[in-house]
Design a protein around this ligand. Structure first.
Ligand SMILES: *Cc1c(COP(=O)(O)O)cnc(C)c1O
Length: 400
């Protein structure tokens, strides 16, 4: 039987499947919670008053629309036309705030008083703690102990904002482990607690919901590109992929325009064949992680492999079901970018345009060196965040 597609742009059906990926694989105790979330999202996704409040905050609090910047020196360097979507200029320094605001607005309408979240690089933790300060809600952030150590400035920001940081010491103490703990917390506190997931992962409706809350990125790109070039459609949109939220936002309004090529950059760490990588789509097999059927890095007998990337925001062994589908169906092209390639791309952007990108975003920028683009091509790169949080890594790894 044909399944009904429930989103105007995403290929997602009523049960939350993108082709064979997605769904909602959750413990019994969370069923009512996830059902209620689904109902609330359906109720408010197109609600006029909800969206008016969301858009007002995006404009006056976050500083949207973010610029679409024609990077002339970088374009010259690569012999093509490069436009940077400046999500790094959002309040708190990354795209994560777009989703955090909408999710917390939804939580408030559901009568929730306590917000929990997981974080890797700390950007989602900062974004959620920020919105909780803004709206006067209790906030607990789960973060792997490895990430607590390597993302210190963000840990300090979260604390100053009044949220509690709970370091997680299981596994390799990164994003996967923080997500496990957040889910455990949600199971224990189903009544008052809302779980704000930071990416297009987790059980349905999260991947769809987070993609929708990030879709403002591509809505703006279309409009801004039209104003600047007279054409609404670029030839390429490039974004990095951890769980896939900034890529989902940058791709969303182009998904149905087949002439727009979509390129996702995943983290190859030390190299895709070294055993030290987070190239989930190219190395993964179908499996279930955090409530969703998707591509998962795993051993022969199905144990999840510990991922590695220099970038804490891409260090995740799964990927959102939307991206697993876009990749396997051929709609999006996936490329793997090593730590060294990302570091070089960050340095190049810094020295040609005076923009220090987040290490995650540097993976998207590195695609410019991997591929050859035509001199008339219009290439949009989503700069998902700024590099302040990564200064220690940059200073220790890059020769000036
Ligand atoms: C969290 C983060 C990412 C990775 O998450 P996605 O959900 O894949 O977007 C990328 N860039 C920055 C700056 C981040 O903070």
């Amino acid at each position: 039987m044909e399944k009904k597609i429930i989103d105007p742009f995403l290929p997602v059906d009523e049960e939350g499947y993108y082709g064979e990926f997605g769904g909602a694989f959750i413990p019994e105790i969370l069923h009512a919670n996830v059902e209620n979330l689904k109902k609330a999202f359906e109720r408010y996704a197109d609600d006029e008053e909800f969206n008016a409040e969301y858009e007002q905050l995006l404009k006056d609090y976050v500083g949207r629309p973010t610029p679409l910047y024609h990077a002339k020196r970088l374009s010259e360097h690569f012999g093509t036309n490069i436009y940077l979507k400046r999500e790094d200029l959002n309040h708190t320094g990354a795209h994560k705030i777009n989703n955090a605001i909408a999710s917390v607005l939804l939580a408030k309408r559901m009568g929730k008083t306590r917000i929990i979240a997981e974080t890797g690089a700390g950007q989602h933790g900062v974004a959620v703690a920020t919105v909780c300060a803004l709206m006067g809600l209790d906030c607990v952030i789960y973060m792997g102990a490895t990430d607590v150590a390597r993302q210190k400035p963000n840990v300090e920001r979260i604390k100053m904002l009044g949220a509690e940081v709970r370091p997680v010491t299981s596994g390799n103490m990164t994003l996967k482990d923080a997500t496990n703990e957040a889910i455990r917390d949600w199971c224990c506190n189903p009544q008052d607690t809302f779980y704000v997931i930071g990416s297009t992962v987790g059980p349905h409706p999260y991947p769809q919901m987070v993609a929708r809350f990030q879709s403002v990125i591509s809505r703006e790109i279309r409009k801004q590109l039209k104003e600047q070039t007279g054409r609404e459609l670029p030839d390429y949109v490039i974004a990095c992929i951890g769980g896939g939220s900034n890529a989902a936002g940058a791709f969303y309004h182009f998904l149905k325009d087949d002439e727009v090529k979509l390129i996702a950059a995943e983290a190859a760490g030390l190299g895709i064949d070294t055993g030290e990588s987070a190239a989930t789509m190219q190395l993964g097999r179908e499996g279930i992680i955090h409530g969703s059927r998707t591509l998962v890095m795993q051993t022969e007998d199905g144990q999840i492999t510990e991922p590695y990337s220099i970038s804490a925001g891409l260090d995740y062994p799964g990927v959102g079901p939307l991206h697993a589908y876009l990749y396997t169906s051929g709609r999006a092209d996936v490329t793997a970018v090593t730590d060294d390639e990302a570091l070089a791309a960050a340095m190049l952007l810094t020295r040609t345009e005076g923009i220090i990108p987040a290490l995650e975003s540097a993976h998207a920028l590195a695609v410019l060196s991997q591929r050859k683009f035509g001199k008339d091509d219009v290439v949009v790169v989503n700069v998902s965040g700024r590099g302040d949080k990564d200064m220690q890594t940059y200073l220790s790894r890059i020769e000036s």
